[in-house]
Design a protein. Structure first.
Length: 396
């Protein structure tokens, strides 16, 4: 009997617990309005969801690379080659930057002009799409090779870029009026202005009635253009295609031009053309601030004869806002142009991700050892010094 009574009591206890589990929690002093709002929402009426704003960054990061220079063997397949894979190793870094600059050394005029390498270059337009896919958004064309295929090819190159509106093109222009339009990009409340110049066009003259087509180095014109752009931006960047090929030290001409740019209150100089890396320096401006000058970033991706041209660099600059906009961090990440037999497996590697195994597969080492990791490691440190970065600057 006792067991039966205990069983009945246990059953009532279970039923009571189940009832408590399914009942809505009781809140003391619950106001009427929330109950009404809850019933309205339950009836299907929409309620406005408040989404918090993302935190605002007071920094802007800029990456810049040197000469994207494809020789004849690299463009034989024309528009049929997969060029995107060449930039896969550096894409994640480039995509994280707020601004990514590249010196596109050659025209992208299309197949009607024929694809060719040295001495008169025309590169497949698919390569242009590949560098956009890799994350580059500021493309320089003020180079000594931009007129290789003539005026029509230059115009065809501009026509191609018109199909990619997110690309900002520097150094080439359809008209005097277009040249006067400022290139400005605002990120995180910091406005950056861009100008670009080249020392020449390999003795191929610009049309006499169109001297504006390519921005040439001319101090008088540069001064006017800088003065017009400076009030419109917080941070002024000038791309310079200058210097002597295959020289690790910057020339007297480069030094003089850098001093001139500092006098004009330029903030950052991105140099290229020598096909090898050159030093990075801060140069004091008349107002006491400093201009950062990357004299040469060398080649980005190229297959030239000289072994030293395989080593390039990616400039990294972090600028901050506040009472004034200034550089918070800067340096250069060494890069390697890798390609194997028959120019297969073309790819840009950060030096810190390269290996002796990859070096052994490089086309230049197929017929006999021409370089080692140690060679490029020492060369990079020798030239870049304390500005060298051997890691991903965006890594947590």
């Amino acid at each position: 009997m006792t067991k039966k009574l205990l069983s009945i009591l246990f059953l009532f206890l279970l039923l009571g617990l189940n009832s408590c589990a399914t009942r809505a929690p009781i809140k003391e002093n619950t106001p009427e309005k929330p109950v009404e709002a809850e019933s309205e929402a339950a009836a299907g009426e929409k309620t406005e969801e408040i989404i918090p704003e993302p935190p605002r960054s007071d920094y802007v990061t800029i990456l810049a690379v040197g000469d994207n220079l494809f020789n004849a063997a690299m463009v034989q397949a024309g528009e049929d080659r997969n060029y995107e894979s060449a930039y896969e190793r550096i894409r994640l870094m480039v995509e994280k930057a707020d601004i990514a600059f590249i010196n596109q050394e050659t025209a992208l005029a299309g197949k009607d002009f024929g694809f060719s390498g040295y001495p008169l270059f025309n590169t497949p337009q698919k390569l242009g799409r590949a560098i956009i896919a890799a994350g580059f958004d500021v493309i320089n064309h003020a180079t000594n090779h931009i007129m290789d295929m003539g005026e029509k090819a230059l115009l065809a190159t501009m026509d191609f870029w018109d199909t990619i509106p997110e690309a900002r093109i520097l150094g080439i222009h359809r008209s005097e009026e277009q040249r006067k339009i400022p290139v400005l990009i605002t990120k995180n409340s910091i406005t950056m202005g861009f100008l670009s110049y080249t020392y020449g066009t390999n003795a191929i003259p610009l049309p006499k009635d169109k001297p504006y087509m390519v921005s040439l180095i001319d101090k008088e014109i540069m001064k006017k253009e800088i003065e017009a752009l400076r009030p419109l931006c917080d941070f002024l960047i000038v791309s310079m295609h200058w210097g002597e090929e295959y020289k690790y030290e910057y020339s007297k001409s480069q030094q003089n031009l850098a001093a001139f740019l500092a006098e004009q209150n330029v903030d950052l100089v991105i140099g290229h053309h020598p096909h090898v890396i050159q030093p990075v320096e801060y140069i004091q401006k008349p107002n006491g601030a400093f201009m950062l000058c990357f004299y040469s970033l060398g080649n980005f991706l190229a297959a030239q004869i000289r072994t030293e041209t395989l080593l390039g660099a990616m400039a990294y600059i972090k600028i901050k806002s506040g009472d004034k906009v200034e550089i918070a961090e800067a340096g250069a990440i060494p890069l390697i142009s890798h390609y194997e037999r028959d120019y297969q497996n073309m790819e840009v590697y950060p030096l810190h991700e390269y290996s002796e195994e990859l070096a052994g597969r490089h086309r230049k080492n197929q017929a006999g050892r021409q370089f080692t990791m140690d060679y490029f490691s020492k060369l990079s440190t020798q030239i870049l010094g304390d500005k060298e970065i051997r890691q991903n600057p965006f890594a947590p």
